[in-house]
Design a protein around this ligand. Structure first.
Ligand SMILES: *Cc1c(COP(=O)(O)O)cnc(C)c1O
Length: 509
């Protein structure tokens, strides 16, 4: 192994900084036959061919291609790549609906403890009492936070929780001898809601949003009948507005025998303030990775526990951890369980992080999280309203949806141009063009972890971008120009994962 002098492809010494260079070689391009990232000491134990140790049927015909690189080059490669990323550890990440808050490192420290991280999920309860206590305690905490009776920790993420919730809804109606085919979903809902309802075997009826940014009550009443299995609601909704009529909505849906499903992907506005169970909801999923501090994005890991009211509790997935009569912990399966929705017991280390986060904050601390998240969103709403007015300009919850309609009319610069240009300012983009009902939507969720100084800097960047749009809109169309990957054709980039020069486009406006 040659740690000091190995060369990267293209003749560059491995220590040449590549930051800012548009092209980082792949690990295979860096491969040099014979080089390795491990070193085995000489032992005197004789070498034997693999075929003597492993049955020939289990051996591949030829070795699997593995990049041959030194440890030094390997670490440099991934460190360089990590410097090309934007992350919650680097700066503000106001990507609405995603709750990209800063995650305390303590949660990672706890989740990495060998006593938690190195336990096999199939180990018997007698050897995993501590882990089972964690599962039970998190379930109880989530029920207390949401006002529910029982929960499953199995679903792997929000959408998996939604499907679980809809299967529970179906099991509940079926147990009542009732086959219902329709689920009501507002037009502002997250795209996973109609997708999950369809996957759950339901027809979706879309309920319009009224001029207040809330569920249109008359349209809802008109859609209700005994074929409605339930309604899926997000509250505060994706426009950042609290559904003020929730008590009336709950009464109307319950009156026809339907259930209320709460999309609790995001509890950041309501912790310790109001509980879905008290609003009349029967089933809720929550995204531990959003509200309860697991780094997410890029596809995982997540956890989407589902909590339910008493009348749905019997149908929960099993097995689930429980405190037994003798005070020890064990596994139980609810009487009329819909079965498993996960190979084991859920994404355990996300669960460990969430319980850490909840315990460190305590009840009053969680309430402060929500109060600050709502304060930050409203401060930003007011501060940027001149160039980016809120779609519904009154008190919002943890996020604010503003519209770039007027800026586009004046300058030709679209929401996507503003979002891309913001990357050059050192901020992650807000969510754009969602919810679908708001024209040129820019959805900012500053979260509680950003300081007043950071919010002010974000607002100043947005002011600067709006001014620039008026004098040099072409700058916005071409943005971002200072990032490792520049403006891409988004549709093509999603399908062509290896970036090529011609995959970049000059935005024509
Ligand atoms: C993120 C989100 C979801 C989906 O959660 P995943 O964990 O990404 O599957 C559903 N609803 C809302 C409102 C969300 O913000």
């Amino acid at each position: 192994m040659n740690l000091a002098t190995s060369a990267a492809p293209g003749g560059r010494a491995a220590s040449t900084p590549l930051l800012g260079d548009a092209r980082e070689p792949t690990i295979f391009e860096m491969s040099v036959p014979g080089r390795s990232a491990y070193q085995l000491r000489t032992t005197g134990i004789p070498e034997r061919p693999l075929s003597e140790l492993i049955p020939s049927g289990a051996l591949a015909d030829s070795p699997v291609p593995i990049a041959e690189v030194s440890e030094r080059d390997l670490v440099a490669h991934f460190t360089r790549l990590s410097h090309r990323q934007f992350s919650v550890d680097l700066g503000a990440y106001p990507l609405g609906s995603c709750t990209m808050k800063y995650n305390p490192k303590l949660c990672d420290t706890i989740a990495a403890m060998p006593g938690l991280a190195d336990v096999h999920p199939g180990a018997p309860a007698s050897l995993t009492q501590g882990w089972l206590a964690i599962l039970v305690e998190l379930e109880e905490s989530l029920c207390e936070i949401t006002g529910m009776a029982a929960a499953t920790l199995q679903p792997s993420a929000g959408a998996a929780g939604e499907l679980t919730g809809l299967l529970l809804m179906g099991a509940y109606h079926e147990a009542n001898g009732d086959r219902r085919r329709r689920v009501l979903i507002p037009d502002s809902a997250h795209g996973t809601n109609p997708a999950s309802a369809t996957l759950g075997g339901y027809d979706v009826t879309t309920i319009p949003t009224d001029e207040r940014g809330l569920v249109d009550l008359d349209a809802l009443r008109a859609a209700l009948d005994t074929d409605v299995a339930g309604i899926m609601l997000t509250n505060p909704n994706t426009a950042g507005m609290f559904e003020e009529d929730i008590a009336e909505i709950a009464a109307a849906v319950h009156e026809v025998g339907g259930l209320l499903y709460y999309d609790g992907a995001n509890l950041n506005a309501i912790l310790g303030v109001v509980r879905p169970g008290d609003m009349g909801f029967d089933i809720i999923h929550m995204n531990l990775h959003k509200t309860f501090a697991t780094p997410h994005g890029g596809g995982g890991p997540g956890a989407g526990p589902v909590a339910v009211s008493q009348r749905v509790a019997d149908f929960l997935p099993g097995p689930k951890a429980a405190r037994l009569a003798d005070g020890s912990y064990g596994w139980i399966t609810p009487e009329r369980s819909i079965g498993r929705v996960h190979g084991w017991h859920g994404n355990a280390l996300v669960i460990a992080r969430a319980l850490t986060y909840i315990k460190v904050h305590g009840g009053d601390g969680l309430r402060r999280v929500s109060e600050r998240a709502v304060l930050n969103a409203n401060w930003l709403r007011k501060r940027i309203s001149k160039n980016f007015p809120a779609a519904y300009d009154r008190m919002c919850m943890h996020e604010v949806v503003v519209t770039g309609t007027e800026l586009k009319r004046q300058t030709g610069a679209k929401a996507i141009d503003v979002a891309k240009r913001l990357l050059e300012e050192g901020f992650h983009s807000p969510t754009v063009y969602f919810p679908l009902i708001i024209d040129e939507a820019l959805m900012f969720e500053p979260t509680e972890t950003e300081s007043l100084q950071t919010l002010e800097a974000l607002a100043e960047s947005l002011d600067r971008i709006a001014d620039e749009a008026r004098v040099a809109p072409e700058n916005l169309h071409a943005a971002p120009r200072t990032t490792p990957v520049r403006r891409v054709d988004e549709a093509r980039a999603a399908r062509t994962l290896v970036p090529t020069q011609d995959a970049r486009i000059e935005e024509s406006g």
